[in-house]
Design a binder for this molecule. Structure first.
Ligand code: ZN
Length: 290
């Protein structure tokens, strides 16, 4: 097909698969036992698992922020991500001074919130030097220039499937019989999925020096306008804060967060950390007894 079309193709990587492999590698890394002040092994394993999820999330966020800042400049993306990850130990210990200089996610305006860690562990993780080496090894594997180049468009299998369905619509089997038209039809389907159906058709007509006049009362222009406005409204609805909040506050998410916090509290019940809430409960009981 490559020889027939006469176009050089490039192999791209799926970002979701890359992130999954990153998650797997980080959750498998054997962190030192002094990372959390917990003696029970089951509790320690649980907290290490949560830490793995949180670290993977942080690395993904750093890469995304660097991609937004530098675009196609792959070398500067890998440099900034690696420098940000090298100063991650102080961030997890609660000191955000180094982050302000190096990190794009944890800045002076908005510090990182550690979304996957239990409430009491936030800002109390102590990485050793060997832990940091393991983390940097995993991150350097993800921030290789070759990997970043092949994932620069953030392509996923879902997006590719979506494009295939759009191409199928433009190349129906029963009507498209000429192979020489297939490439042009593919280009047109990609144009439609990038710009939207209305704008795409208007642009194509402009390019062929037959522009659509907005003042004309033809039903085709009305239909195009309707298609475009519907698509724009759908996109806006999905992006707006209210729909995002609705998704976040779904019943399942709430239950999961409650379970997470409760489990975090129970893991710290026997360790040496001072619990202010336990003290206040005891004080209250003493006052009642008096
Ligand atoms: Zn920080």
């Amino acid at each position: 097909m490559k020889a027939k079309a006469g176009v050089n193709t490039e192999h791209l990587l799926d970002v979701i698969h890359l992130n999954r492999s990153l998650n797997r590698k980080i959750s498998k890394t054997d962190f030192s036992d002094t990372i959390f002040p917990v003696k029970n092994k089951n509790q320690l394993n649980y907290l290490k698992n949560r830490l793995g999820d949180d670290l993977a999330y942080r690395i993904r966020a750093e890469i995304k922020a660097a991609q937004n800042k530098y675009g196609d400049d792959v070398e500067s993306i890998s440099k900034t991500v690696l420098t940000a990850i090298c100063s991650i130990d102080s961030c997890y210990a609660g000191d955000h001074e180094y982050c302000k200089k190096s990190s794009l996610v944890c800045s002076s305006k908005r510090s990182y919130k550690f979304p996957y860690l239990p409430f009491i562990c936030k800002g109390r993780v102590k990485f050793s030097n060997s832990d940091m080496k393991k983390i940097v090894d995993v991150v350097s594997h993800r921030t290789k220039i070759k990997t970043l180049k092949s994932s620069r468009f953030n392509t996923t299998s879902q997006k590719v499937e979506c494009l295939f369905s759009a191409m199928k619509q433009c190349n129906p089997k029963h009507s498209c019989t000429f192979t020489k038209n297939a490439v042009h039809r593919d280009h047109s389907s990609i144009h439609i999925s990038n710009c939207g159906p209305g704008v795409s058709l208007a642009k194509k007509l402009e390019a062929t020096s037959v522009p659509l006049s907005i003042s004309s009362r033809s039903p085709s222009i009305k239909a195009l306008h309707q298609m475009q406005t519907r698509r724009n409204l759908d996109r806006l609805r999905n992006k707006c804060s209210s729909s995002r909040r609705r998704r976040q506050n779904s019943r399942r998410h709430q239950l999961y967060s409650v379970h997470k916090d409760l489990k975090g509290l129970s893991t710290y019940s026997n360790c040496n950390i001072d619990h202010t809430y336990i003290k206040t409960e005891q004080v209250a009981r003493d006052v009642i007894q008096m």
